[in-house]
Write a protein of this length. Structure first.
Length: 281
């Protein structure tokens, strides 16, 4: 009787976890292409001043599923407060360095590509959590501190591309950057607090060990999913600011690409026919 109750409880827990994972994937799909910004939104930022940059930084971090998943992967198996502070500080220093440097110097990268690399960083941290390097490749995993700093630098480039999309003041550029970065850190602290509370309570459950494998496997799936979606976006546009369209416009974008390719193929076919006629003559 008790064994049946335990089995039913585990099945309900599995079902709940899978439902949450599906919901997260759906939410990520709705946000992954949200790069565009209207002129009204840009004007509201100018009018709002540095506090608005701080707010945008916080909300960007809280809605940045790739960053949150990576942070979740970092702390997943960390139990000592000292270790949590050490590794999160390393990540913070990494992304803050490139966020400030790239924005201040105007260094720009295509953010579909940089977000695709960030998505792969989620895959990496989850694969390391599962001890994948030793299990599947028979090698020792790279130094965790080094990798978190390195991947933090990449995350910072992604954050910088978002910030450089905003209307930045030439006279107050440094304060704009600092305000946005402070917002990022406040958002990270808020998200981190929730994650730590959830993990602390979850570790007391007997389901933590088996579901830790499921959770990190989900991180790998989510990372690859975000990677594919970002590469899909990159293949659709040359100017990322033009992206961020609805499903209907998405369909019309495919039609536009097909229309562009049609004349090229017809031109190539016409040239082939011309060469054929010349050879016959």
């Amino acid at each position: 009787m008790l064994s049946n109750l335990n089995i039913n409880h585990k099945q309900r827990t599995v079902g709940a976890v899978l439902l949450v994972m599906m919901l997260l994937l759906w939410m990520m799909a709705s946000q992954v292409f949200a790069h565009g910004m209207s002129e009204a939104e840009k004007q509201s930022i100018v009018d709002g001043g540095n506090l608005h940059y701080l707010w945008i930084g916080a909300t960007h971090m809280l809605s940045g599923y790739d960053h949150l998943l990576f942070v979740f992967g970092i702390i997943f198996f960390l139990t000592r407060f000292r270790d949590i502070v050490k590794y999160i500080t390393a990540f913070t220093l990494g992304h803050s360095a490139t966020l400030i440097y790239a924005t201040f110097t105007g260094l720009q990268v295509n953010y579909f590509l940089i977000d695709a690399v960030i998505a792969l960083s989620v895959v990496y941290i989850a694969f390391a959590n599962l001890d994948g390097f030793k299990k599947y490749w028979g090698i020792k995993a790279p130094n965790l501190m080094f990798m978190i700093i390195a991947l933090g630098l990449i995350h910072g480039l992604g954050l910088s591309t978002r910030l450089q999309q905003l209307p930045l003041s030439e006279d107050h550029l440094l304060m704009n950057i600092i305000s946005f970065n402070v917002g990022i850190e406040l958002g990270q602290i808020a998200a981190l607090t929730v994650m730590l509370l959830v993990l602390a309570g979850w570790r007391k459950s007997q389901t933590f060990i088996p579901f830790s494998k499921i959770s990190n496997t989900f991180l790998i799936i989510a990372g690859f999913y975000l990677f594919v979606m970002q590469m899909h976006g990159y293949n659709h546009v040359t100017d990322p600011d033009e992206f961020g369209f609805s499903a209907d416009n998405h369909y019309h974008e495919h039609l536009r690409l097909m229309e562009q390719q049609a004349p090229e193929s017809q031109s190539g076919h016409g040239q082939e026919q011309g060469h054929t006629h010349e050879s016959i003559d």
